[in-house]
Design a protein around this ligand. Structure first.
Ligand code: ADP
Ligand code: MG
Length: 263
């Protein structure tokens, strides 16, 4: 089970104003939810609260009805910036994660899991390479392989493809969809992005955030088995895309001086 519930969730850093103010949301087991919104609106902060690195100032984050009080093996995070250990090979990076998640597992079993996931992300031949010997896209594949090899119920992704070029980005999006849809376990995915099209392509539901709060929830009804080439010209896709872009621009004045909006 991996149902996430935000109940009256409020958060502020030690001497900040409220960063999140009364968030209420339920994310169902197996759901793929994309959060999108202007820079600084609190998306990454929200992820740290679900991860359990920060604690709510008021309200709570519940997983299967139990309040989150700290990080746990049921949740794994993939960040934008490659989080691999530079001094470890791809395989060792993954076995390290697997051993963290499954205490007491033998090295042989951990190696087998690592190799299996490296194969799934198309990097079987790169098991003994170090991060600096891999491209950015490949490093991010290893990070995804590591997260999935740890077998979390919940995958938390914070702009994981933000620094990847367009072609690799599309491949990685498809990889994540494939791995999350085809595995035996239905994982719940919370995915943060700046990219409207990425959100619409990946999500079962898009949550648009404005500073401190959820502005709008948009269920995505394109159906499964979506094909990029058909989807991107579909009237419903264009309608939702325009709607999200309008929300971004309505927010732009409040965010003068922050990072540009990526569409
Ligand atoms: P987003 O991911 O949507 O860009 P963040 O969650 O990173 O937004 O940031 C939300 C707000 O919290 C911003 O105003 C940011 O400056 C502030 N913030 C983020 N991290 C900290 C921190 N460690 N201490 C104080 N303020 C922070
Ligand atoms: Mg962020």
């Amino acid at each position: 089970m991996s149902d996430i519930k935000l109940e009256g969730l409020c958060f502020k850093y030690d001497d900040s104003d409220y960063i999140l103010d009364n968030l209420n949301l339920e994310i169902k087991e197996g759901e793929f939810v994309c959060f999108i919104g202007p820079s600084g609106c609190g998306k990454s902060t929200l992820l740290t609260l679900i991860e359990g690195l920060n604690k709510p100032t008021k309200g709570s984050v519940l997983i299967d009805g139990v309040p989150v009080t700290g990080p746990g093996g049921d949740r794994c995070v993939v960040f934008q910036h490659y989080s691999l250990f530079s001094w470890q090979t791809s395989k060792k990076n993954i076995t390290f994660g697997v051993k963290q998640a499954k205490k007491g597992i033998s090295s042989k079993e951990a190696d087998a899991i690592a190799l299996n996931y490296l194969a799934k992300v198309g990097l079987a031949e790169y098991a003994n390479k170090y991060p600096h010997q891999l491209s950015g896209g490949m490093q991010q594949r290893v990070a995804i392989a590591r997260a999935l090899a740890m077998d979390p119920d919940i995958l938390l992704m914070d702009e994981p493809f933000g620094a990847i070029d367009a072609k690799n980005r599309m491949q990685l999006q498809d990889l994540v969809l494939e791995l999350c849809e085809n595995e035996e376990k239905k994982r719940t995915v919370v995915f943060i992005t700046h990219d409207v099209e990425e959100a619409l392509y990946l999500a079962d539901r898009v949550i648009y955030m404005e500073p401190k709060r959820i502005k709008e929830e948009i269920p995505i009804d394109f159906g499964s088995g979506r094909v990029r080439a058909n989807l991107f010209g579909a009237p419903r896709f264009l309608q939702l895309r325009n709607h999200l872009i309008t929300l971004f621009y309505d927010n732009a004045d409040e965010n003068m001086g922050s990072e540009p909006v990526y569409l």
